[in-house]
Write a protein that binds this ligand. Structure first.
Ligand SMILES: Nc1ncnc2c1ncn2[C@@H]1O[C@H](COP(=O)(O)OP(=O)(O)OP(=O)(O)O)[C@@H](O)[C@H]1O
Ligand SMILES: [Mg+2]
Length: 254
């Protein structure tokens, strides 16, 4: 059964999608069968993996809202080991459309249980909010991976995120655990990054990944070509950091 990891932070632009895409690419390269589930109406993981939005007729919106569509019907193949369940802009409407659904928090969970036997890892890329889409992402996972951007306001909102995770653990998903926090956009030249690390440690003692993702322009360029950093520039510092993170995660489950 796949290990299901939700990549969550309600703060925008902290590196959730960059982490989802590149971690998935290196896990796949290391021989793991990986599914990326794009739960963000922005569809950045979908396009970053090379799928043009207009080429996608059906995605997570149809899976969540019209349960006639099961997740295997919308999955696209990036390569032998890397698949994606894409998002389309209509996913933004899912929050409203799901309100009357009796088990609205469990729809993703139910779908992923069906495909979990076919993958080693399922990575869920969540939108920057703690709304119903992210709740589905948290209910469907066993583990939460929290990217934290190394900047002054990085830890703002982390308390609220941890509170939400503990509410979910108490009510909807008793199995949920924090896998760890990963520091992103680390810039060794400024003192702030060091300060963020110290503060983060208060929140996650022993749960900060050793792999630290540097600020690296190659990581920002890759999605505009629809490829991961592994294809775009694997030798870059960003590429090597995500490769290390993939190895660290495999070891964490070994
Ligand atoms: N380590 C990095 N170095 C340089 N640029 C980065 C890095 N990580 C992410 N970026 C860039 O920063 C921006 C935000 O990253 P990303 O889209 O991964 O964040 P996000 O948390 O998924 O955002 P959102 O909350 O909008 O979904 C993007 O333009 C991305 O290319
Ligand atoms: Mg994103």
């Amino acid at each position: 059964m796949a290990k299901i990891i939700s990549i969550v932070n309600q703060k925008g632009g902290v590196g959730k999608t960059t982490t989802a895409i590149n971690l998935a690419a290196y896990l796949a390269d290391l021989g793991q069968r990986v599914l990326v589930v794009d739960m963000d109406p922005q569809g950045n993981a979908t396009s970053g993996l090379g799928l043009a939005h207009r080429s996608i007729e059906q995605g997570m919106y149809e899976v969540l809202v019209f349960e006639a569509k099961k997740i295997p019907e919308v999955i696209k193949i990036i390569n032998a080991n890397l698949h994606v369940a894409p998002s389309t802009p209509s996913l933004a409407g899912a929050t409203v459309d799901l309100v009357s659904h009796p088990a609205r928090e469990y729809v993703l969970h139910k779908n992923l249980q069906e495909v979990a036997p076919f993958y080693d890892y399922i990575l869920i890329d969540n939108p920057p909010s703690l709304g119903l889409l992210t709740i589905n992402g948290l209910v469907a996972c066993q583990h939460v991976l929290i990217p934290v951007q190394c900047e002054y306001y990085a830890l703002e909102g982390l308390g609220q995120l941890l509170h939400t995770i503990s509410l979910i653990k108490d009510s909807l998903n008793p199995d949920i655990q924090i896998l760890g926090a990963v520091m992103t956009m680390f810039d060794g030249r400024n003192k702030l990054s060091e300060a963020v690390f110290q503060e983060l440690y208060q929140y996650f003692p022993n749960k900060i990944f050793r792999s630290v993702i540097p600020r690296n322009v190659r990581l920002a360029e890759a999605p505009s070509h629809g490829i991961s950093i592994k294809e775009y520039d694997t030798a870059s510092r960003g590429g090597q950091a995500y490769k290390q993170l993939a190895q660290e995660i495999i070891q964490a489950y070994a």
